[in-house]
Write a protein that binds this ligand. Structure first.
Ligand code: ZN
Length: 652
């Protein structure tokens, strides 16, 4: 381990309970709605949705059913992510029926495993002779990675080893197949994911070969001559996906050695899964160059290539990063999975070095770009999360075809919905971190957490209505006095924070440490800390290099980014202006969107009445005063379909 870093770790899920609030509500939504809904989808039981066939594929591969493979070449990963979400769910809410169902799926997976340990229903059913011949395009290692994550999560939740043993057998086969030793394939995945999964497998088994294999995949990537070219020539220059070859090596982050990469390029989800795996390997090995690379890539993404919502991946072509400050609002791709992957990367960076900026970003992506991916009822999903939508344009213009103006029941490529389920099911694992002498509170939400600090049991109870209010109360329960540091994040958005310990005001300036206020003391039973984070409505400006946002502002309150919707503000939202001195008021509305704080304010709207049927003229347009209502971006599209806008004109 890298001794000179904070070495924080995630607090085990079983030690943290979310009690309510927005995150609690979303966590509960996974249990009540997403898991049952996804199960129906995996079994082709949702009318009018593209059939997933994912469970049937496993039945065919297991010899329990006849038929053809249906779906994407990575269809197995949907089952894996569902199982992983179920595992997290079982940790916080034991459920015998659900566990029985998961056990039956695991039994099926075991039967679908080949005698040598191989597991992938596409190749087993459709192309058994072509295993490991097209790593660039066919996701074998990606699916393996997701199933390893599910196996580790299920073992940790239930202590049942069956799926873990299945995936150990498969990991051992992969370890025999890949590497630099003579006779092995010097390959690496076309879609990264297995790197971070192997670290999880290493941690749960203690077997170093999985750490070495993860490091191998990272070290080998981008070495010349390119492996993806070599395997393409070897298989007779054929492709699984037409035009895939045209995407170029940077699509896969395989254009140069990983340690030489300084700018985020290519497919955003691939990139962020890889950076997460790199941060994991760096942490386990103390590899300083890898840590520096992670930091450079982090800076590039968060300072130059990220939307205010924490969405990343500007272009629909290649679902990819483009170039610095290229952040158009209406064609933004910003896949839900990319925001999820940014949360993964942010948590790993935080655990390498406990800077609040990492947790700030984790929070930004979570509350905005991730939560927007799922409807209030947990049954509809966005894959693409733009910051400006005009429904007509999505229908009529080819360059907007990827943007859906309403959430969908399902997708042919269904990576996002089960990814949301597994993140929200495990969200309690992101609230706190510790390292045996410090307890970090990264996210504020009603919850309790148990820690062992120097072998002393500490329970921390957090009470707050965050993100709608900025008051956070923390209470300690302990059997014996314990010396430790309680580190509370002062969010980057907060300009004024006040702290009280046992009712006594404490100046936070002197005890700030990398954006966390560090309260080091001997804590006793019933000790309390109270944090008050000032949470006004803020107008946010973008760097002028972001062309689309020149002359515009976005509204943010606390961690929540707001938007205007047609249902509240009429059509043609870009005709709305904020005068420079607009004042805003806020109101918590329990009756809409599952309970949200809405922002109201005075604004102006270009008055088009006098235009009659003119298209152009010399006379200026008059403004008329209007009142606007802004709602959280994540909650848009849950009422009547219509326009949506995040960046609003200012001035006039
Ligand atoms: Zn996705």
């Amino acid at each position: 381990m890298a001794e000179d870093h904070a070495n924080l770790k995630e607090v085990p899920l079983k030690n943290v309970k979310i009690k309510g609030g927005l995150l609690g509500y979303k966590n509960e939504l996974v249990r009540k709605e997403l898991i049952p809904y996804l199960w129906k989808v995996l079994n082709n039981e949702i009318p009018d949705a593209d059939p997933s066939n994912a469970i049937e594929n496993f039945k065919i591969a297991a010899g329990e059913s006849d038929g053809e493979f249906v779906g994407m070449v990575f269809q197995d990963s949907d089952v894996a992510k569902w199982l992983e979400a179920v595992a997290y769910q079982l940790t916080s809410n034991p459920d015998k029926e659900l566990e029985k169902l998961a056990d039956s799926v695991i039994e099926l997976i075991e039967k679908a495993q080949q005698p040598d340990g191989y597991l992938n229903t596409y190749f087993t059913i459709a192309e058994p002779d072509k295993k490991w011949t097209n790593l660039a395009e066919c996701h074998e290692l990606y699916c393996a990675g997701h199933m390893m994550e599910a196996a580790v999560a299920y073992y940790q939740a239930t202590r049942k080893r069956k799926l873990l043993d299945v995936m150990i057998r498969f990991a051992d086969l992969i370890n025999d197949k890949f590497g630099t030793e003579p006779g092995k394939l010097k390959g690496y995945p076309g879609h990264q994911e297995i790197e971070l999964a192997l670290i999880k497998l290493y941690k749960v088994t203690g077997d170093e070969k999985y750490l070495k294999l993860a490091k191998y995949f990272i070290d080998e990537r981008g070495q010349k001559p390119y492996f993806f070219d070599r395997e393409w020539e070897k298989r007779g220059k054929t492709s699984y996906w037409s035009n895939f070859r045209k995407l170029g090596m940077d699509y896969f982050q395989a254009h140069k050695s990983v340690r030489e990469q300084e700018v985020a390029v290519g497919h955003a989800v691939r990139a962020l899964y890889m950076y997460s795996g790199m941060a994991d390997v760096a942490r386990e090995t103390g590899d300083k160059t890898l840590i520096e690379t992670c930091q450079k890539l982090w800076d590039n993404i968060t300072k130059k290539q990220m939307y205010i919502t924490g969405g990343v991946g500007t272009s629909s072509y290649g679902e990819s990063f483009t170039f610095d400050y290229d952040l158009p609002n209406d064609t933004a791709y910003t896949e839900t999975c990319a925001a999820i992957a940014l949360v993964f990367f942010a948590q790993r960076m935080l655990h390498l070095d406990a800077k609040a900026e990492y947790a700030d970003l984790m929070e930004r992506a979570l509350y905005n770009g991730v939560l927007s991916g799922v409807s209030e009822n947990g049954k509809k999903f966005f894959y693409v999360n733009p910051l400006e939508v005009q429904p007509k344009v999505c229908k009529k213009r080819n360059d907007h075809k990827h943007v859906k103006p309403t959430r969908q029941k399902w997708f042919g490529c269904a990576c996002c919905p089960p990814n949301i389920a597994r993140l929200l099911a495990s969200i309690s694992g992101y609230i706190y971190s510790d390292n045996n002498k410090e307890v970090y509170v990264n996210l504020y939400t009603d919850s309790t957490a148990d820690f062992y600090i120097n072998n002393k049991y500490i329970s921390l109870k957090q009470r707050t209505n965050y993100p709608w209010g900025g008051k956070v109360n923390l209470a300690i329960t302990t059997n014996e006095m314990a010396k430790f540091t309680l580190a509370l994040r002062i969010p980057g958005w907060c300009k004024e924070a006040k702290l009280k310990v046992n009712g006594e005001s404490i100046s936070i300036d002197k005890i700030m440490n990398k954006g966390y206020v560090s309260i080091e003391r001997i804590w006793d039973n019933d000790d309390t800390a109270e944090l008050i984070l000032d949470m006004p409505v803020e107008k946010i400006y973008a760097n002028p290099q972001v062309r689309e946002n020149i002359g515009k502002v976005a509204l943010q309150r606390g961690p929540i980014v707001y938007c205007l919707e047609e249902v509240d503000n009429g059509t043609n939202l870009p005709a709305i202006y904020f005068p420079a001195d607009t004042e805003f008021s806020v109101e918590y509305r329990e009756d809409i969107l599952g309970g949200v704080t809405v922002i109201s304010g005075e604004a102006l709207r270009l008055d088009d009445i006098s235009w009659t049927d003119n298209l152009y003229r010399t006379k200026e347009t008059k403004y008329k005063p209007i009142k606007i209502t802004a709602v959280p971006y994540y909650a848009w599209g849950n009422r009547e379909p219509g326009e949506m806008l995040v960046w609003i004109r200012e001035g006039c």
